[in-house]
Design a protein around this ligand. Sequence first.
Ligand code: UD1
Ligand code: CA
Length: 460
Amino acid sequence: MPIIHAVILAAGKGTRMYSDSPKVLHQLGGLPMLEHVIRTARQMENVKLHVVTGFGSRQICDYFTGQTDLNWVTQEQQLGTGHAVAQAMPFIPADDAIVLVLCGDVPLIKASTIAELVNNAGADSMSLLTLITETPFGLGRILRGVDNHVQAIVEEKDADDEQRRIKEINTGIMAIPAKRLSKWLSRIDNRNKQGEYYLTDVIALAVADDCAIHTKVIHDHFEVQGINDKYQLALLERHYQMNKAEELAKQGTTLRDPARIDIRGELICGRDVEIDVNAIFEGKVRLGDRVHIGPNVVIRDSDIAADSEILANSHIEGASIGAKCQVGPFARLRPGAVLREGAKIGNFVEIKASIVGKGSRANHFAYIGDAEIGAGTNIGAGTIFCNYDGAEKHKTIIGDGVFIGSNSTLVAPVTIAANAFVAAGSTVNGDVPAGNLAVGRGKQRNISGWKRPQKRPKTE
Ligand code: UD1
Ligand code: CA
């Protein structure tokens, strides 16, 4: 099997994005467009990946730090698609390898499509991906001869009126034998309306050289949609999300509205999961059987076990939620929040890097940070875990069956042993032994005969 050299074009500035970021770093489904293309290309066997960058190449390389299988090729000046591919050729041996040209701004191209293109290319044949569209404006037209064989591609700006009426367009994606491509690229020039070295000019050279040209006509225009502005990006995002919603629903997840869910990463659902409107899932999220997600919930990189319920307007990140838990409405779980089975976290409770034991609850207004809370413990309304002394973070350890009265402040480091009881309004800065009552507040005084302050009479 020949080696496939995927050359991904990503040097363009993307002027119409009106952005300081290079176009290919703009995200679709939570990933840069370029990363979609790279991941798809990577699925092929025997593939080597070359990415041609120019505008913003530094930012692009930085983003992909650690993906060591990528060969970065710089195109200092954007002199055209042919010039861009030529910059990668020194890294590609002129043997039986196949060069697959992909575009960094065509994010939804499918692995099966490019596999077909590559399989139809050989020493004496190349393949071309085309689309038939009612809106061919701005794109390269496919010129076919009387026998319907492809003769050439003409760019819109160079086309005559008759050619402009052609509805079959070049998607920009093609597979070409490396040995021949090097020769053709050395022969193309920039004598055209745009003064660019067009990759599309190799088609006519291939015809002249008796290289067979296979075309694959694609029917799903979204798959080959190139992104030039933010509106095209927004429309493609909706299409992508609709597909994700369809996939989920067809696998048995109940979606209250498939148009109002966003999956920016990977969402894995068990059986009979229900998701209400405006839920956003980011990174990797796993929902166990019968999990219910309320409206306006954001969940990122978290696991939620079976039969748990997340109520409206909760924000959950880096959390691990056990079975049969209830969270929200308006709860915030931050990284390292671990809820054991049956825990209950109510409104306006924030939890960070803390374990909440089995069946324990914090029902209203609380901050729980850097804590370990045992089973069957109750954290009263308004409790604050003072984990930060202004310099360092400290831990609070609370045993099983503890009761923390409302509006208490627990000054870490502190340990409250099993079955202890903290009186409401206490400031606890010393350990509480098991079963003790801690009262940490000033004693109440009642002053009799108290006179309220009076308003002074108004003077002129
Ligand atoms: C190109 C094709 C056109 C096709 C269209 C599909 C040519 C001459 N024309 O048009 O037939 O219908 O794509 O979208 O190939 N790029 C570089 N370096 C450059 C120029 C472009 O890396 O010097 C990259 C861009 O970043 C982009 C891709 O190549 O990812 C396509 O470039 P673009 O300018 O969008 O192509 P068009 O000329 O519009
Ligand atoms: Ca384009």
